[in-house]
Design a binder for this molecule. Sequence first.
Ligand code: PXL
Length: 280
Amino acid sequence: MQNRKNKILTVQDLSCVGQCSLSVAMPILSAFGMETCVLPTAILSEHTMFKNFTFLDLAKNMEDMIESWKADNHRFSTVYTAYLGRKEHFTIVNKAIRELSEKDALLVVDPVFGDNGKLYPMFDDAYVAEVRAFMQGAQIILPNITEACYLTGQAYTPKCDRAKAQSLIAELKKIGSFDIVLTGVEEGDQIGFAAYSPKTQKTEFFFAPKLKGSFHGTGDVFASVFTGAYLANNDLFKAAQAAALFVAACIQATEDGHVYGVQFEKVLAEFAHQYLQNKQ
Ligand code: PXL
């Protein structure tokens, strides 16, 4: 059924309240049939969009886990990274990739450092520079508009149309030869993504009606579904389309006033089942 052996290592934080990072990646990747292993970078009480949050840095523990996995001979066929938290984590993650991934392993990088034109709390230009350097080894990157602007030095505009997306992609291509899925592209009252592959040198767009409201963690939901779907069918555009449709379904299922995350739990099982049956 799947083309790759799918033992995936996802590297990101655990936000103990708030539907984002590992709390969404683990159930989603599992629902798509992946054996999901995790290298947690930090434990937070809540994600950093809450007024209060605690942050326990797991850098030392990450290094110990890598040594233990090496000794027990664990290897991963895909590495998917998202919010790490501190710039020191990148050296450790590079080591994990070097020493623990299979020869033809896939590296999916969601840069996760900002949204709505701003960096998340605790991040600065030095963190962005680390992400930019780290991304060079990726086969697929999944930036939102804010992240693409910071990564390329282009000015942020609240609306990113096709022309702006093309110009961001032209600059992102200079960082590395990866597939790019740029999320948050808008056309009229629709929102979607631009998907570019160096293999075809073409950019394809997908748009669906823009739903009201702004929710945290949807980027992580998108990236997790994308990764699960991509590993199931190896099709960049179809995987991104599935992720966009899933995020829309999650927003529609989310009760009014619940804005710190989307209630993906309500729609995940059925969606993943349908996808794996039809490979939409
Ligand atoms: O959803 C991205 C994300 C992940 N992890 C933490 C965050 C955020 C966004 O704010 O704060 C800790």
